[in-house]
Design a binder for this molecule. Structure first.
Ligand SMILES: CC(C)(COP(=O)(O)OP(=O)(O)OC[C@H]1O[C@@H](n2cnc3c(N)ncnc32)[C@H](O)[C@@H]1OP(=O)(O)O)[C@@H](O)C(=O)NCCC(=O)NCCS
Length: 198
């Protein structure tokens, strides 16, 4: 099996990747941010994705997105072809896309939103910690991606403070000091929130 940083040679898999993303979301009955063929193709040609293949067959995929002018990076759209699941492929892909993200954006925080246990496990092993949504990018464009999710009305009812997805964040050592500051600010916000709910 090969796990590579994407290039235009991988464009031949883009329809299959998009279809499997959609089909998997349908099967799980969960929400998903919809990605167009054009959007995924751009990620692939720009080298902002990781593609796993086996003897010319598509196996798995994940891509990088940047938000808040590069202050945040998300490793999104993780998908493994059903016949290759439970073999550690997602772990290898996430490892590669994480290293790519750290190399390309060494000063960015890396985050993810997920309902999936597998992704939570993988992210934890990479050093991500669960956080509340206010620790994530506040870039409108990122949150607009949730509009195609079946749970979008819940997110809006909760005023974008939380939803069904668990938020996870990796803060690089080099920017941990400023993250510590924002965490104590959020602790204060949480105290205020809980006093509302009592
Ligand atoms: C989620 C997904 C990417 C996992 O791919 P995979 O290659 O099977 O994952 P791995 O084999 O690397 O497993 C990683 C860990 O998650 C666990 N895991 C895998 N699938 C799981 C599942 N469905 N439920 C619970 N745990 C699971 C594995 O046991 C492993 O845990 P371990 O390290 O404790 O042994 C794959 O099932 C998939 O493509 N699903 C549909 C799309 C999706 O849900 N994407 C995530 C969107 S955030």
């Amino acid at each position: 099996m090969e796990i590579e940083i994407s290039s235009s040679i991988h464009l031949m898999y883009v329809s299959e990747i998009q279809q499997e993303m959609y089909d998997s979301a349908q099967r799980r009955g969960t929400g998903i941010a919809k990605r167009s063929i054009e959007y995924l193709s751009k990620k692939i040609t720009e080298g902002n994705a990781v593609v796993a293949t086996d003897k010319g067959k598509w196996v798995g995929f994940c891509y990088i997105e940047t938000w808040s002018h590069g202050q945040f990076v998300a490793n999104s759209g993780l998908i493994v072809s059903p016949e290759f699941r439970h073999l550690g492929v997602a772990t290898l892909i996430k490892d590669k896309v994480f290293t790519l993200s750290r190399n390309k954006y060494p000063n960015a925080k890396i985050f993810g939103l997920t309902t999936g246990l597998a992704v939570m496990k993988i992210n934890s092993d990479l050093g991500y910690k669960p956080v509340i949504y206010s620790e994530l990018t506040q870039d409108e464009e990122f949150w607009n991606g949730c509009k195609s999710c079946v749970n979008y009305d819940i997110l809006m009812k909760k005023e974008r403070k939380n939803c069904l997805c668990t938020a996870m964040l990796f803060v690089p050592e080099n920017i941990k000091n400023s993250a510590g500051k924002s965490q104590s600010e959020n602790q204060y916000n949480n105290e205020q929130e809980s006093s509302f709910s009592i």
